[in-house]
Design a protein around this ligand. Structure first.
Ligand SMILES: *Cc1c(COP(=O)(O)O)cnc(C)c1O
Length: 394
């Protein structure tokens, strides 16, 4: 039984708590957890009808599961989309999307600042199967246009980018893609639907690492693909066959994550803006990258496209790697980890961690300087975070 899903006049903050809510015959108030791999049938006739798809029903959790369905329904509504399909991780969502949309001989145009595994997926695995990718500067609309080939099928972008928070114009890139008969896929991990809804701006599909802000507490891996019914049906058929399905327990955890998503994103963004302003005024800091600052090159676009600047702040300290490591080693509250999207703030030095395997000259060209530090701002008191960063900034 699914309740309260499709009441169109409800506000997104209500839908994050109510949409997709599902209870069993016992009418429990909490979300029920259906921890089962398979389901039973009333009769041989019913089993036969279900397998033929003549009647709806649950048969096997690689295909569908009520707890996973609840998560999918809620996320779809939050993204302003018709339907979502959940996956075992963010990378599983991107892989399932690409294997669904593409075949050998097809071409992708993608933003060049991408999550590392996404770059590896495009230039490694997909290339092995005959899919070619051109990487472009996401903020340069002429570059998107120029990269198109007759066999271009998919545009892919992340906005804001990691770690430099470059903002791509989703509506404008969608127009270029559609003019060439290609689809636009947006990785909405950094903003989450609480701050940005790419489908409403013209994107065809949204992919998520639910591992990050959707969970918000660093507990489980998960992912999702969100979009129109027809496209998601194709992705669903891929996922049920290939098997990167979300586990029911993880869906259950993620449903509670979604309930606090708006509150968390709002407060974490407020904290991030406060830190960004403070860092910009700090004499030991050379520059700050945060879309919520007027000094950010795409500040106007970010104001239009996002509800706030988001929760990730990057900055360059004077003195290169040694100075950056002093800040990273100085923290006593903020966690030293490359992960993000948690209520607990995290700090990382991209040049020696997430981007360490990139050749130094390529890294520099991409703006990953030795003095660059990325902080994914959490829910702690902002004053404590400043004090924590100040330890190594003197
Ligand atoms: C973490 C991340 C991913 C991959 O998600 P997993 O859940 O780790 O597979 C994809 N895109 C972005 C932007 C990410 O931050």
């Amino acid at each position: 039984m699914s309740v309260e899903t499709n009441i169109p006049e409800l506000h997104p903050e209500t839908l994050a708590i109510r949409a997709g809510r599902e209870t069993s015959e016992y009418r429990e108030h909490s979300q029920s957890l259906h921890l089962t791999s398979s389901f039973t049938y009333e009769s041989a006739e019913q089993a036969a009808a279900m397998f033929l798809g003549e009647i709806e029903g649950y048969t096997y959790s690689r295909f569908t599961n009520p707890t996973v369905t609840a998560f999918q329904q809620r996320l779809a509504v939050m993204e302003g989309a018709e339907r979502a399909i959940a996956t075992s991780s963010g990378m599983a969502a991107i892989q399932a999307t690409m294997l669904t949309l593409l075949k050998a001989g097809d071409h992708i145009v993608s933003s060049q600042s991408l999550f590392g595994s996404t770059t590896n997926l495009f230039s490694g695995l997909l290339a092995k199967f005959g899919v070619e990718t051109s990487f472009v500067d996401a903020t340069d609309l002429a570059a998107w246009q120029a990269a198109v080939k007759p066999n271009t099928k998919v545009f892919f972008l992340e906005t804001p980018s990691n770690p430099l928070t470059e903002v791509a114009d989703i509506a404008a890139v969608a127009d270029i893609a559609h003019a060439h008969g290609a689809l636009l896929v947006v990785d909405n991990c950094f903003c989450s639907p609480a701050l940005q809804q790419p489908i409403k701006l013209g994107a065809d599909l949204v992919v998520h690492s639910a591992t990050k802000y959707l969970d918000g507490h660093g507990r489980v891996l998960g992912g999702a693909v969100v979009g129109g019914d027809a496209l998601i049906e194709q992705v669903y058929l891929h996922v049920r066959t290939a098997g990167p399905t979300l586990a029911p327990f993880n869906a259950w955890v993620l449903l509670s994550g979604l309930e606090t998503l708006h509150l968390r994103m709002e407060k974490q963004s407020t904290n991030a803006l406060e830190l960004a302003k403070w860092l910009e005024a700090h004499p030991a800091v050379e520059k700050v990258f945060y879309p919520g600052l007027p000094s950010h090159p795409q500040h106007e676009l970010a104001l239009r496209q996002q509800k706030s600047g988001g929760a990730v702040v990057s900055f360059v300290v004077k003195g290169g790697r040694a100075a950056a490591w002093k800040v990273v080693d100085g923290v006593q509250v903020i966690s030293r980890t490359a992960n993000l999207g948690d209520v607990k703030s995290t700090i990382t030095h991209p040049a020696s961690t997430t981007h360490a395997r990139v050749a130094p000259e390529v890294r520099l060209k991409a703006g990953i300087e030795e003095g660059l530090i990325r902080v994914a701002v959490g829910l702690e008191y902002a004053g404590d975070l400043k004090t924590d960063l100040a330890r190594g900034l003197s």
